[in-house]
Design a protein around this ligand. Structure first.
Ligand code: SF4
Ligand code: SF4
Ligand code: FES
Length: 187
């Protein structure tokens, strides 16, 4: 079935709190060249283990619009439908959200928590570092950001700072691969 496709061993975090005493890692062979991390997860689900849980939302219809597929790839936050797969990857749940099972995160709970704990904050986006990738737009549970055109390119702008819980969440700052976001509490 995968004739001519280079395969790699992919390590995946597994934990089902209903049956497992402890988390573990399973390793699965999968093709990776020219595929996204989400493609690899789907391959593992279809060819090795249909009990693997992970989230996807918009990836079937478009690309990188919902944030549901957030994971850690080799220790770095990424949207699995956008991130290209690499040889010898380790895929783990994103640590900023509670994992329900394996890689599937509980975004509803995070949204509730963020909505309950609003603190006054100042959010600064460094326009020199921001490349307009929209990852902060997607990952923020209360949709604080928009990417706006500035000087012919996209830059993230916090348009609804009043909804931000501030330092109890910090997901946007953690997720930004360019370290462009700074969040400070206003005292
Ligand atoms: S602030 Fe960071 S995550 Fe947000 S659009 Fe800019 S580079 Fe992407
Ligand atoms: S810290 Fe960032 S991700 Fe969290 S609510 Fe505020 S703007 Fe959104
Ligand atoms: S599935 Fe929607 S951003 Fe990845």
């Amino acid at each position: 079935m995968n004739k001519g496709q280079k395969m790699t061993q992919t390590r995946v975090f597994r934990f089902d709190p209903a049956v497992d005493k402890e988390p573990r890692y399973e390793t699965y062979p999968a093709p990776f060249e020219g595929r996204t991390v989400l493609d690899v997860l789907k391959y593992i689900y279809e060819n090795h283990d249909s009990t693997l849980s992970f989230r996807l939302g918009c990836a079937g219809a478009g690309q990188a619009r919902c944030g549901a597929c957030a994971v850690l790839v080799n220790g770095t936050p990424a949207l699995s439908c956008k991130k290209l797969a690499e040889e010898g990857m380790t895929i783990e749940p994103h640590p900023g959200f509670e994992a329900i099972k394996d890689l599937a995160l509980d975004f509803d709970r995070e949204k509730e928590r963020v909505t309950e704990t609003t603190i006054r904050v100042k959010i600064t986006v460094n326009p020199e570092k921001c490349d307009g990738c929209r990852d902060c737009v997607l990952i923020c549970p209360v949709k604080v950001y928009e990417v706006q055109k500035s000087g012919g390119r996209g830059v993230a702008v916090p348009v609804d700072i009043g909804s931000c819980c501030g330092l109890t969440c910090n997901q946007c700052a953690m997720f930004c691969k360019n370290s462009a976001i700074k969040i400070e509490a206003i005292t």
